[in-house]
Write a protein that binds this ligand. Structure first.
Ligand code: BT5
Length: 267
C-alpha cells in the first residue's frame, strides 16, 4: 500500500521545528517502524543516553502495555513515544512518575482540544469513558535510587472508529473521534512535551503532592466504590487514597485498608 501523507509524517525535522521545550525532545530518534519505542529507549539509556531523549515511531510492531499486554500502535494514526528520564529520586518514588505523565497529557488535551480527560487508575486516560491514552513506565534502579525511567506514552490521535481492533473497539477512542476533527500530531506532541517538561520541573522543585492532587481531581472513581482486580484476586471497596508511592488504598466493606500495588479497576 502506498501512503500519501507526507504532510503528516513525524520526521525528526518536523518535530524539532515545532518544539517549545528546553530539554524534552532536543535529541530525537524518529522511526518509520520499530518494535517498541520503550525497548529502543531502554537500550539507549543503558548506553548512557542523556535525559530528555525522545524515541518516537509511526508504527510499533510490538507495542507493549502492562503485564505483557499489547498496545495497538498502527501506522500514522497516533503518537507512540518514549522519553528517557533521569530524575534524582529514590526508587520508592518511581511509581509516581506515570501520574505526572497522565496529568500532562490531560492538560495538553484540554489546552489544545478543549476536552476534559478522565484518569483511570493506574494510568489510563479516557474521553467519553473510552481509553485514548495508555502509559507504560519502566525503571532501572541503582541501589535504592532511580538510574533512569523510560516513560512510554501511547495516544490515539487520528483513528476512526473502525481503525481499532474489534476486540476492544468499544472501549477505545481517539482525539479525532472525540473532537470531530483531524489533529496535527507534531503540533499536539509539542504541547504534550511542554506540559510534561513543565510538570517535571515543578516536581523537581516541589515534589509530587500537588501533581497527585491534580490527578485525583481528574479521576471520577476517586473516593467512590470500585472493583479492583490484582492478579487472581478481586477486591470491592472504596478508592480511599493513593499512597506516597502511587499505590491505591482500598477501604473494604469490612473496613480493612488494602494496598493495591498493580491492578486494574473494572466498572
Ligand atoms: C497501557 O497498558 O495502557 C500502556 C500502553 C503504553 C503504550 C506506549 S506506546 C509508546 C511506548 N512503547 C511501548 O511499547 N509502549 C508504550 P495496559 O494498561 O496494560 O493496557 C493495555 C490494554 O489496552 C490492551 O490489553 C487492550 O485491551 C487495550 N489497548 C491496546 N491498544 C490500545 C489502543 N491503541 N487504544 C486503546 N486501548 C488499547
Amino acid at each position: 500500500m502506498r501512503h500519501n501523507m507526507s504532510f503528516d509524517l513525524l520526521s525528526e525535522d518536523r518535530i524539532q521545528s515545532g518544539l517549545k521545550t528546553k530539554l524534552f525532545g532536543k535529541k530525537i530518534y524518529a522511526f518509520w517502524s520499530v518494535g517498541s519505542t520503550n525497548e529502543f529507549a531502554y537500550r539507549r539509556a543503558l548506553q548512557d543516553e542523556q535525559e530528555g531523549v525522545l524515541v518516537i515511531a509511526e508504527e510499533q510492531k510490538k507495542g507493549k502495555g502492562r503485564k505483557s499486554r499489547k498496545w495497538d500502535s498502527r501506522f500514522n494514526k497516533g503518537l507512540w513515544f518514549s522519553l528517557i528520564l533521569r530524575p534524582d529520586l529514590p526508587a520508592a518514588k518511581a511509581g509516581l512518575v506515570p501520574y505526572l505523565a497522565g496529568i500532562s497529557v490531560a492538560e495538553a488535551v484540554e489546552d489544545v482540544i478543549g476536552l476534559k480527560a478522565d484518569m483511570k487508575w493506574p494510568n489510563d486516560l479516557l474521553l467519553s469513558g473510552r481509553k485514548f491514552c495508555g502509559i507504560l513506565s519502566e525503571v532501572e534502579f541503582e541501589n535504592s535510587q532511580i538510574d533512569f525511567i523510560i516513560l512510554g506514552i501511547g495516544i490515539n490521535v487520528n483513528h476512526k472508529k473502525d481503525e481499532f481492533p474489534e476486540e476492544f473497539r468499544d472501549q477505545a477512542t481517539s482525539l479525532r473521534i472525540e473532537s470531530g476533527s483531524r489533529i496535527d500530531r507534531a503540533q499536539f506532541l509539542a504541547e504534550v512535551l511542554v506540559q510534561l517538561e513543565k510538570n517535571y520541573n515543578y516536581m523537581k522543585q516541589n515534589g509530587f503532592e500537588n501533581i497527585m492532587t491534580r490527578w485525583q481531581t481528574r479521576c471520577p472513581q476517586f473516593g467512590k466504590e470500585i472493583v479492583v482486580i490484582q492478579d487472581d484476586d478481586t477486591y470491592h471497596g472504596t478508592f480511599e487514597d493513593l499512597d506516597d508511592e502511587g499505590c491505591l488504598l482500598l477501604r473494604t466493606r469490612s473496613d480493612e485498608l488494602i494496598k493495591i500495588v498493580a491492578g486494574d479497576i473494572t466498572f
